[in-house]
Design a protein around this ligand. Structure first.
Ligand code: NPG
Length: 363
């Protein structure tokens, strides 16, 4: 993102109904209230999607806050040609700005995000995240449906009171399924013996069992469990990944560009993990087709050896904002066109937009 001239930044809020509600220990969502960015350069325009949710329950960021920091601090700096690194924190807001600028630059250069990041795969295995349900029957029905659709990996959300029993029930019904769980930090080290009961189910990993700053707790748990520990919220940068790996706090890393401040830092997290022999996978944040396209580009890098939370559009949206991503034999094609390789469909975009604001450099 070196010295590109941006002449306009558009901030657009959208509200998209979810195909099915999504519930975890960190959030409960019926519709996606998201911030989109469109940047205009003399040569092209580019789209960015901010993954911050309505409430600050996953990490500290939330969509109104991200909107404010883009409008007040990031867009003016971008339009003035200044570095965004001077602004502390706000990785999801920065990632959205970077995504839009990268898209514009790559479109002007006729180069795909996949090639720019160093992607090597033309398609990636699709995984799906299944939220907490009202009862076991609803969970088993949901998992059966996704397995029938061809998903190659299932992740179950867990929390205290919803763990050993539902995970055991899914495992009994699907003995060979690539299965993993995600706690979004809902446990503490005092739960270690209880969590060790999950070892019976041959899980690929347990994701973020403890609070994001508890690297030592995760390292202790890793010594007590056979199931590999994967970190999500804890991994805020390539430096954080290096520290977590050195401490023995994780054997697997979930990479989300929004959480680490952008796709370029996400690639650096990938590089750190690959050098350490730590497998990575691409997380998801209920992205529209724009973010989904970028996630597919990221997931095409060589170190992404585990299926991620990159699902078909239909898992979340109908219609999607872009041409829908569809499963073919449990896989999704990585876009190959310039930039993200996709753009919003004007009719859908118009129908989901709740607010638009354009910022230009001061005259
Ligand atoms: O498939 O996009 C997806 C969602 C995958 O479970 C998923 N995301 O904690 O990883 C997570 C969770 C999440 C969703 C977190 C929304 C924050 C917001």
């Amino acid at each position: 993102m070196g010295g590109v001239k941006v002449v306009e930044v558009e901030l657009r809020r959208i509200r998209m109904p979810l195909v099915a509600p999504f519930r975890s220990s960190a959030s409960s969502t019926l519709e996606r209230d998201a911030l989109l960015l469109r940047v205009v350069t003399p040569e092209a325009e580019g789209w960015g999607e901010c993954v911050a949710m309505a409430a600050p329950t996953y990490t500290a960021e939330y969509v109104d806050g991200a909107h404010h920091v883009v409008r007040t601090h990031l867009a003016p700096r971008l339009l003035a040609g200044h570095d965004l690194a001077a602004v502390k924190g706000h990785p999801m807001a920065k990632a959205a700005v970077e995504m839009a600028v990268l898209d514009a630059e790559l479109r002007a250069a006729g180069r795909s995000l996949k090639d720019h990041l160093g992607g090597v795969r033309v398609e990636v295995d699709a995984g799906v995240a299944v939220g907490i349900t009202d009862d076991l029957g609803a969970l088993l029905d949901a998992v059966d449906g996704y397995v029938a659709e061809g998903y190659r990996r299932v992740k179950l959300k867990v929390q205290p009171g919803w763990d050993v029993e539902p995970v055991g029930a899914v495992r009994a019904r699907h003995p060979d399924l690539l299965l993993q769980v995600d706690a979004n930090g809902a446990y503490t080290l005092a739960d270690a013996d209880h969590l060790a009961r999950l070892d019976a189910f041959d899980l690929a990993l347990i994701e973020q069992p403890f609070a994001d700053d508890d690297l030592l707790g995760h390292a202790e748990l890793a010594r007590r469990l056979r199931t590999p520990i994967c970190l999500d919220e804890s991994i805020t940068s390539a430096a954080a990944a290096a520290a977590a790996i050195a401490l023995g706090a994780c054997g697997v890393v979930n990479i989300k560009a929004g959480r680490v401040g952008g796709y370029l830092e996400a690639r650096r997290v990938h590089d750190v993990c690959q050098a350490a022999g730590v497998p990575v996978w691409c997380g998801g944040m209920l992205e529209t087709g724009l973010g989904r396209a970028a996630n597919l580009a990221l997931a095409s890098l060589p170190g992404f050896t585990l299926p991620g939370d990159v699902s078909a559009s239909a898992r979340y949206y109908d219609p999607d904002l872009t041409k829908p991503f569809v499963l073919h034999d449990g896989r999704l094609a990585v876009p190959t066109g310039p930039g993200l390789g996709v753009t919003p469909r004007p009719d859908v975009l118009a129908s989901v937009t709740t607010d638009v604001e354009r910022i230009r450099p001061p005259a």
